[in-house]
Ligand binder design. Structure first.
Ligand SMILES: [Fe+2]
Length: 300
């Protein structure tokens, strides 16, 4: 299928009000829950779309799903046809779910590791202006989509085949990582994949993750905004989980922090885009970053 971009993410939370505070005071997004009749649920807006993150009241704190946008009804029909022909179990959305997501049509399915996805077309927008409560000018979205998500895929070969052959992602580049200095620890594959000019909208890590997600990245328009977010993180008592650094693959200058649902949020700027993927040569990097990104702070 021809995915245009990552459109939104869904989150489970035992206390969505924590996300309302975190989303506005730390991330700098708008809490539009009331306008969208969210009830106990929270909706966060970061651009001219009605929302990009929804948080549902739940028994658990975890990542819920990734919502992928296709550009047209024809691409949507094509996506459904591919799910059928590849024998993927999928569900057509009820009218109620379509109304909640504010799209034209939608299907739900999971990868071989159980990570949940939605594919939809035709988001509904009133183009209400984004007005950040902390004065952020803009998040980098548009044709690059929401940002990126990193999902746990212990059944790596099956999930990689799923993302390439069913969902149509292409490989950007890859890493093989260990979480301890012990050379006997088996390497875990970490593949970065693209569906538009953003270096990666999706990455998959050969490792289970109880919260259902490794991290989610959002991008602002300058390193100064990343620094201001670090100040807000500290002021609000949010835990830093990875120090400031610049990634070797997508060139993002970013830091990592805890979210109220257990997975990390990467907050970055200056991510590179690739206009012509046919000229891009995939590589394996043995380091995360040119400098920084010390994740040991997260274990302190
Ligand atoms: Fe990332």
């Amino acid at each position: 299928m021809k995915i245009h971009s990552l459109g939104y993410i869904g989150v489970n939370s035992t206390d969505p009000s924590k996300w309302a505070a975190y989303g506005t005071n730390v991330l700098g997004m708008m809490d539009v829950s009331e306008a969208l009749n969210g009830g106990d649920n929270v909706f966060l807006k970061m651009d001219d779309r009605p929302y990009r993150i929804f948080i549902e009241k739940s028994e658990q704190d975890s990542y819920q799903l990734s919502g992928w946008e296709v550009a047209s009804p024809a691409d949507f029909a094509d996506a459904v046809q591919i799910l059928e022909s590849k024998g993927v179990n999928f569900e057509r959305a009820s009218a109620e779910l379509i109304a909640t997501r504010q799209v034209q049509d939608l299907v739900s399915f999971a990868d071989p590791d159980g990570n949940k996805h939605e594919v939809y077309w035709g988001p509904i927008s009133d183009f209400g202006q984004f007005a950040s409560p902390v004065g952020i000018k803009e998040f980098i979205t548009g044709d690059q989509g929401f940002g990126h998500t990193v999902l746990p895929t212990p059944d790596f070969d099956a999930s990689l085949a799923f993302y390439e052959d069913v969902m149509g992602f292409d490989l950007s580049d890859l890493m093989k990582v260990r979480f301890t200095p012990d050379p006997a620890e088996p390497e875990k594959r970490l593949y970065f994949m693209h569906c538009n000019e953003r270096h990666h909208s999706l990455a998959i890590l050969e490792c289970p993750m109880p919260t259902g997600c490794v991290h989610v990245m959002v991008e602002v328009d300058s390193v100064d905004e990343v620094g201001r977010a670090m100040d807000r993180m500290k002021a609000e008592g949010t835990k830093l989980t990875g120090t400031l650094g610049r990634h070797a693959n997508d060139h993002m200058v970013s830091f990592y922090m805890a979210s109220p649902s257990g997975f990390m949020i990467e907050y970055g700027a200056e991510g590179r885009t690739v206009d012509d993927w046919s000229r891009y040569s995939s590589f394996q990097s043995t380091v995360n970053s040119f400098w920084g990104h010390d994740f040991s702070v997260g274990h302190e």
